[in-house]
Every structure is written in structure tokens, then in C-alpha cells.
Design a protein around this ligand. Structure first.
Ligand SMILES: [Zn+2]
Length: 457
């Protein structure tokens, strides 16, 4: 990964964006794409949509990734200045004691710590128990009066840790879920601009509020109204001790992008993603999703009259903890996969199951629905191609700018045919709640169970 791209990844990861408080990271996305995208719009939810116009004659393609991260919210401030909190998104109370946190107050960011009584002072049986989140408190090291002046109920809190590389090609951060996806969407747009654009419009969508029920993707899918979409999110790596591969599949960090298969995924989008990986020699992994996923794909697929949607992920260890781990090689490979997918979309692309064929089928012009998407109003003459990454010589990054874009694609052989390798995804294991029995969307219990929680069940 080029240093300038890694700096942007670090910026995204370290910019706080707990669900509902995504503005700082949205600012970073807008700033990064201002010179490359033809148009950048932000909807009233706060989701950012960056358009790279197509050369003409292809379907519009939205790549959606959510920019919110999990966190905590201040619910109560005691007279002596300790904060009580509630989780934003799916948060395991066991990881909190001993953690440093950032409290994002109007007056600025304050360091806090989640304390736990020392081992010497607790009874033996208490040592085994997990303190529920509503019984934990955050210590700001300030007098009560001052805390009440600085902090407000409703202020958001994030884990007080940043991005760091470690091991071989590995990196750790609190918020790869899913700001790694925002990075990928931005990089795909930049690469498409550099490669002379796809036939159809490309929209990089950085969505809000995924962690509490794919809410931003719901409005983005409606507003952008793309012809085809891919949601990008992280998925559970199963390559460390204690994870049952028979239940969760065989997904390894460094094994390449993960392409999901199942009813939440348009089968022709799936086939095109696999074809793109094979064409580029990108190793990939297949993930069985026998029911609706908890990702943005859940909302996008059933928007309007239905939008053909795929789901691509990178494997991630220790989801929703301060030490989420990814392999950086998977990120680069995913960008290459999605760029190839976008470039291979042409006017013959058809995604109707049983009618469309991968890679192509002809859609009679009369049948094309009227596009009422967000970007219809743009002038016709703004299709000017630009080299988005051109930089003046002598800048810090100039040397890198000349290198090939695909330098870090893992060299491993692609996996055999998807069909042969895909785990059977039709049958839920006995005793498991049938995933098709999820309550309807308006059931709050389901809405607030993010993908990861659901997947753990
Ligand atoms: Zn998540």
C-alpha cells in the first residue's frame, strides 16, 4: 500500500464517527474526493455520495460502505463527575474495563478511562463476572463541577486507540468496521478516474447508521437509485483459535476478498464478482449467507422495486473490539476486484435471475426504467476525464504516484470454481433459529442487532 493511501486510511480510522455522529469522517471523505469526483452530495441523513460520471452506455453502479463506528453515549453525569454510558451499536461489556476512551464533548475531546476495582479488592467469584455496561463508569480525572460544565448527556465516546501496523501485512484499529470500506470505495473511485472511467456512472456511497440497522443505506439506495450495487463490509475471519469453521466457514485474513452468496445477494452480481476475481487473478473466498445479512446489502436489495446487490467483505478478526485486525493485502486486492467489476459493466448487463446471464444479456431499450436518481440533474458536459492522482513532482508522494496501482495483489492462485467451493447455504443447522424468521424491519429488537451480533448467534 502506498504511503499516501495508508495515511488516508489512518485518517479515516482515527477520525471519530460513532453512529449518528459521522460528520467528522464525512468531512474527510468530501475533502479527499473533492478534486476527483464530478459531484459530491450529502443527504439529510449525512451519507456522502460521490459521483464519477461514466463514459456512457453502462448501468450506474453504487458501492456502499458505512462510515459509522460503534461507541458509547453519555447517559448520566454524577455529582462527583463520573459518566454513566450506554452502547452505540453491538458492544461487548467484557472488553471495556481497563480501556482508555475519548469523550467527544462540544468543548473538545477529553481522555477518560473505564475503571475496574483492583483484583485485591474484589471477591473471588466477582473476578469471573462481567460488569454490565450500565454499571460501568467513565473517570475523566476532573472534579464533578468541571465535568458537568464540559460534558453533556448524549455526547458520544469512542475507544481511545488508533491505527497501527504489526506482524506481517497486518494492522490493528478500533474501527476497521467499516471505515476500511469507506477507504475502498474512495480508492475504487480514484482508480476508475485514473483508468478512464467505467461505461456507467459510479457512485461511492459512504453511508451512516449501519450499526443500528442499515439506516443510511436505506435512504442512499432510494436517493441514488443505482442500476446495480455492491455493499462492502467487514466479515468474521475464522482463522484464530476458538472459532468453529463448520458453523462460520473458512475465512482467513490474507486470503483475499470475501464474496457473499445467498438470498440477500443477486446471483448475477455474485457471478460477475467471481468472474472479475478470476479475470484479475485475485484470490477470493466465498461466504455463505443463508438469510438476510446485517449489512447495507440488506437495505439496498429491497429498495424501490429491488436493486441487484452484491456483498464483498474483507476478513476481520475480533470484530467490535478495540483491536480489530485485518490484513492490508486484502484491502488492495478488494479495490482491484471492484475496479474490474465496474469496468466490465456494460449496457448489456442484466441482473434478472433466470433471465440475465453472466456476463451479459441484452435489455431492450423500451424496458429500461426511468432513472430518477439523485444525479440526474448534472449537466451533460461534465464528463471530462482527469487523472485524479496526478501530482506535482517534488511532493512527498510523487515517487509513489508513478508506481503500479496493483503492486500488492497477493500472488496466490485463485480458488477453484465458486460453485464447487461454496458451502451449502440452503439449510440452517438444526436447532438454530431459522434466519428467514427474522422479525419484520419495524421490529426494534432486530434493528438493533447488528450483523456481527446476529452472526454470533
Ligand atoms: Zn459492525
Amino acid at each position: 500500500m502506498k504511503a499516501k493511501h495508508e495515511r488516508f486510511l489512518k485518517e479515516l480510522l482515527e477520525t471519530p464517527s460513532p453512529t449518528g455522529y459521522e460528520v467528522p469522517v464525512a468531512d474527510a471523505v468530501r475533502a479527499r474526493l473533492a478534486g476527483t469526483a464530478d459531484e459530491v452530495r450529502t443527504d439529510v441523513m449525512g451519507s456522502v455520495h460521490a459521483l464519477l460520471s461514466g463514459k456512457g452506455g453502462g448501468p450506474s453502479f453504487m458501492l456502499a460502505a458505512h462510515m459509522d463506528e460503534i461507541g458509547l453515549m453519555v447517559t448520566y453525569i454524577s455529582d462527583d463527575g463520573f459518566l454513566s454510558v450506554a452502547p452505540i451499536g453491538g458492544l461487548d461489556a467484557a472488553i471495556l474495563p481497563g480501556l482508555r476512551v475519548d469523550v467527544h464533548a462540544a468543548s473538545g475531546t477529553l481522555r477518560g478511562v473505564v475503571g475496574r476495582k483492583p483484583i485485591h479488592l474484589i471477591k473471588a467469584d466477582e473476578r469471573k463476572s462481567v460488569t454490565p455496561i450500565d454499571q460501568l463508569v467513565i473517570d475523566l480525572g476532573l472534579p464533578g463541577k468541571e465535568v458537568k460544565k464540559l460534558v453533556s448527556v448524549g455526547d458520544a465516546i469512542t475507544f481511545g486507540v488508533g491505527f497501527e501496523r504489526f506482524g506481517k501485512h497486518m494492522a490493528v484499529s478500533r474501527a476497521f468496521d467499516d471505515k476500511v470500506g469507506v477507504w475502498i470505495a474512495v480508492r475504487v473511485l480514484e482508480r476508475l478516474a485514473k483508468k478512464g472511467r467505467a461505461a456507467g456512472d459510479f457512485i461511492a456511497a459512504a453511508t451512516v447508521q449501519e450499526e443500528i440497522g442499515t439506516r443510511g443505506a436505506t435512504t442512499s439506495a432510494y436517493g441514488v437509485n443505482p442500476d446495480v450495487a455492491v455493499a462492502f463490509d467487514v466479515t468474521h475471519a475464522t482463522d484464530y483459535p476458538g472459532i468453529d469453521k463448520t458453523k462460520h466457514g473458512d475465512i482467513a485474513c490474507g486470503g483475499g476478498p470475501v464474496i457473499a452468496r445467498g438470498p440477500n445477494i443477486n446471483p448475477l452480481v455474485f457471478e460477475r464478482l467471481v468472474a472479475a476475481a478470476k479475470k484479475e487473478g485475485i484470490p477470493y473466498q466465498i461466504e455463505a449467507e443463508p438469510s438476510v445479512t446485517g449489512t447495507d446489502a440488506r437495505a439496498i436489495q429491497v429498495a424501490r422495486g429491488g436493486i441487484p446487490c452484491g456483498l464483498v467483505s474483507v476478513p476481520l478478526r475480533y470484530m467490535h473490539t478495540p483491536t480489530e485486525v485485518v490484513c492490508l493485502k486484502d484491502l488492495e486486492a478488494t479495490v482491484n476486484l471492484l475496479v474490474r467489476f465496474a469496468l466490465d459493466l456494460d449496457e448489456t448487463a442484466c441482473f434478472v435471475p433466470g433471465v440475465g446471464a453472466a456476463p451479459s444479456c441484452v435489455v431492450p431499450e423500451d424496458d429500461e426504467p426511468e432513472d430518477t436518481g439523485l444525479f440526474d440533474a448534472r449537466p451533460a458536459d461534465d464528463d471530462v476525464e482527469e487523472d485524479a492522482e496526478a501530482e506535482a513532482p517534488g511532493t512527498q508522494d510523487a515517487a509513489e504516484a508513478d508506481g503500479p496501482d496493483a503492486e500488492d495483489v497477493p500472488a496466490a492462485e485463485p480458488q477453484p470454481d465458486a460453485e464447487a467451493d461454496a458451502p451449502a447455504n440452503g439449510d440452517a443447522p438444526d436447532g438454530e433459529p431459522a434466519s428467514g424468521d427474522q422479525p419484520a424491519d419495524d421490529d426494534a429488537a432486530w434493528l438493533f442487532a447488528p450483523k456481527d451480533m446476529k452472526d454470533k448467534e
